[in-house]
Design a protein around this ligand. Structure first.
Ligand SMILES: Cc1ncc(COP(=O)(O)O)c(C=O)c1O
Length: 477
């Protein structure tokens, strides 16, 4: 198997100390004059995107179909993607560190996979509703890379994978509570829109979700094993805990970083209390190595949730895998015996998504893409760190392979218990939008101004080009 992406686990104590300093330092943002200059850049160079966005606002709520596309002062209308770059309708070229939110570790629009998909569509179209050999090939390949996944159920998104995991855990264990880590994102289904982004925020973002839907969902503070033990113990006499969900590198893809041994300790607690351990590998699955985070940490989850890379950036990317025993709660068909947990959808496991996943994973392994992308992440982090030092900024940067976190305002690390929380929240959140706008105007697209995914297409030249562009922004703070 190819190498994993992580050359070194970050020094979590040092990162936490730096983040603590960041949130207790007044924000260091771009001045209003500089922001006006960036705004003028958009007016002069991105009129085509502006026109698309103005029309989008009439027909699409908020003007974008997904938060990933948010950009100030308006969303960019992208017409071409290839390798490390995106081009907008006005002809501007951007270095792409958004990577569609994570799936394109091979780089955008990777030709060898595209050719396989084109062939498949010519042969049978994207969907027939019948069994296709690619479904089997993908499930077997995932098993080869992640032996803990004995059986795999393909679904339409990471959100669906999480919904299925909650259901399977309850069906299999007969227990009721689910515990997640504060700040973690597990998609937008009713039972997990709880404690998002900033730990301790509970149902703050759960508009439209009846309180009852969240009654059996609990949150523990990141890294707090004592709190996890206490919740598991309290639940034991009260319906029990069906599952503990973790993002294995930490909430929000490591925006709140875990200590290296955390997952193994959660595994022990799950065993002690008879709860299933669910790894949400929607981001980490294959990006950090073909064995995922579970391969890197050497920890066996009972269930693994997939998304993103599992369809290589093509639509309908989601799934769930685990042991025969647990996964058989999903066995469909009239003859299936025992517990029956219903999951699925008209387009689940269509041949196109499965072929895309299969050929993407084969290519990622053959080309050593996770490790190459990881080295690009190392280079980007080292360069950003040098810039932060040069301009004496309080910003914090670290990376877990090809997942690079750049905290400029520290908004995710504000404490809900701090009396200043609501005063600080607005300006620190706004600052991310401002940084993101400046980065894009300088030709670098990021995820919300604070996360940067690298890919195999990010050569040293691309990274150094990006660093020169970040330099122009940081120099003006
Ligand atoms: C860790 C994690 N879990 C689940 C999801 C939800 O996946 P999807 O957007 O495919 O529904 C995401 C999406 O970003 C994610 O990052």
């Amino acid at each position: 198997m190819s190498d994993n992406a992580i050359s070194q686990w970050p020094d979590v104590d040092a990162v936490e100390k730096d983040l603590d300093r960041l949130v207790h330092t007044p924000i260091r943002r771009l001045s209003d004059e500089i922001l006006a200059e960036y705004h003028a850049w958009y007016e002069a160079n991105a009129a085509g995107s502006k026109a698309t966005f103005e029309e989008a606002q009439r027909y699409i709520p908020g003007g974008v179909q997904h938060n990933l596309a948010l950009n100030d002062p308006w969303a960019l209308d992208i017409v071409k993607a290839e390798g490390a770059h995106l081009w907008d309708v006005d002809g501007n070229r951007y270095i792409d560190f958004l990577q569609a939110g994570g799936p394109t570790v091979l780089g955008s629009n990777y030709a060898p996979v595209r050719e396989e998909i084109t062939q498949l569509i010519a042969d049978c179209g994207p969907v027939t509703g019948m069994l296709h050999a690619y479904e089997v090939k993908l499930a077997k390949l995932i098993h080869d890379f992640m032996p803990n996944v004995q059986k795999f159920r393909m679904l339409g998104s990471g959100t669906e994978g999480v919904m299925a995991a909650v259901r399977a855990a309850r069906a299999y264990t007969g227990k009721s509570h689910v515990i997640k880590v504060g700040g973690a994102y597990h998609g937008w289904s009713d039972q997990v829109v709880f404690g998002l982004r900033i730990p301790g925020t509970g149902s703050l973002e759960a508009a439209g979700i009846p309180a009852g839907a969240l009654q059996l969902t609990q949150e523990v503070a990141p890294g707090d094993l004592d709190e996890l033990r206490a919740k598991l113990a309290a639940n034991a006499g009260n319906g029990g805990t069906a599952a503990v969900f973790v993002e294995p590198i930490g909430p929000e893809s490591g925006a709140h970083l875990v200590r290296h041994g955390f997952n193994a300790q959660v595994r022990e607690l799950c065993d002690e209390f008879g709860a299933l351990l669910v790894f949400d590998e929607v981001v980490t699955g294959f990006r950090l190595g073909m064995g995922g985070a579970q391969g890197y940490f050497g920890v066996k989850p009972d269930l693994t949730v997939f998304g993103k890379c599992v369809a290589g950036g093509y639509p309908a990317a989601g799934g769930i895998g685990g042991s025969d025993e647990v996964m058989n709660v999903f066995a469909g068909g009239l003859t299936a015996a025992g517990k029956r947990a219903l999951v699925g959808g008209t387009l689940s496991a269509n041949p196109m998504s499965c072929a895309a996943g299969y050929h993407t994973l084969l290519e990622m392994d053959r080309t050593n893409a996770p490790a190459i992308a990881g080295r690009a992440g190392d280079r980007l982090r080292a360069g950003l760190s040098a810039l932060i030092a040069r301009y004496d900024l309080p910003y914090v940067v670290y990376n877990v392979g090809s997942v690079v976190h750049l905290h400029t305002s520290g908004v995710l690390h504000l404490s809900i218990h701090d009396p200043e929380f609501f005063t600080e929240l607005g300006p620190r959140k706004d600052m991310l939008g401002q940084m993101s706008m400046a980065f894009s105007a300088e030709g670098v697209v990021t995820l919300a101004g604070s996360r940067l995914y690298t890919s195999m297409a990010d050569t040293d030249e691309v990274i150094d080009d990006a660093l020169a562009r970040f330099d122009r922004v940081f120099a003006r703070v």
